[in-house]
Design a protein around this ligand. Structure first.
Ligand code: GSH
Length: 196
């Protein structure tokens, strides 16, 4: 039995979305970051975690990759060129977009106030915009990042699109906006995003 630990308002949303795309049964522990339940699964107190028959996996990308490989969906098989290209997109999105939004969040409400750097957001917004341009240049004919096949980086990127909107990081009109509009119509996304 799978147990997803982490509220929908966090990166746990990525895991819940993947669960619904694959069609898996799971229990949802709607724990906040730094709650007792989160700390039981991960000493850092971060969410999400996945409990697989008593064994814990931390990190949304590690969890989704495990589920995708195990159930043969949302991913090209390991050892293929397509998988290498898919992983390359995943790493770019994590390094250049997820990390930037996370740094903005840390300096807004996560770090103790005396550790926050003021005015860091201006630089982060600039970096984010630059990375969106790079990503657009890498995009192939869709509707997904890897073309016809919907894969792991689509989940991560689309989640980041929603996060950017909430954090007021601009996504200008263009290929990526159209891409986000398309992805958020997926049934599994809508189902997962209405869980609390
Ligand atoms: N790379 C990790 C990041 C996990 C993470 O930072 N989660 C946030 C919530 S989305 C969290 O728990 N933050 C609380 C903290 O850092 O104290 C993942 O993708 O799961």
């Amino acid at each position: 039995m799978y147990k997803v630990i982490g509220s929908t308002k966090t990166r746990a949303m990525r895991v819940l979305w993947a669960m619904h795309e694959i069609g898996l049964e799971y229990e949802h522990i709607k724990a906040s970051a730094q709650s007792e339940e989160a700390k039981l699964a991960n000493p850092s107190g971060k969410v999400p975690s996945l409990n697989v028959d008593g064994v814990i996996i931390n990190d949304s990308t590690a969890i989704i990759t495990y589920l995708a490989d195990k159930h043969g969906q949302l991913s090209y098989p390991a050892g293929t060129i397509e998988r290498a290209q898919q992983d390359s997109l995943t790493q770019f999105i994590l390094d250049e977009l997820d990390a930037v939004l996370w740094t903005a969040a840390r300096h807004t409400f996560v770090l103790p106030e005396d550790k926050r750097v003021k005015n860091i957001k201006e630089t982060l917004r600039w970096e984010f915009a630059k990375s969106l341009n790079t990503l657009e240049a890498r995009m192939v004919e869709g509707p997904n990042l890897m073309g016809k096949k919907f894969t792991i980086p689509d989940i991560i990127l689309t989640h980041i699109g929603g996060w950017a909107r909430v954090a007021k990081f601009d996504v200008p009109d263009g290929k990526l906006r159209d891409y986000f509009r398309h992805q958020i119509k997926r049934k599994a996304y809508i189902t997962a995003s209405t869980l609390y």
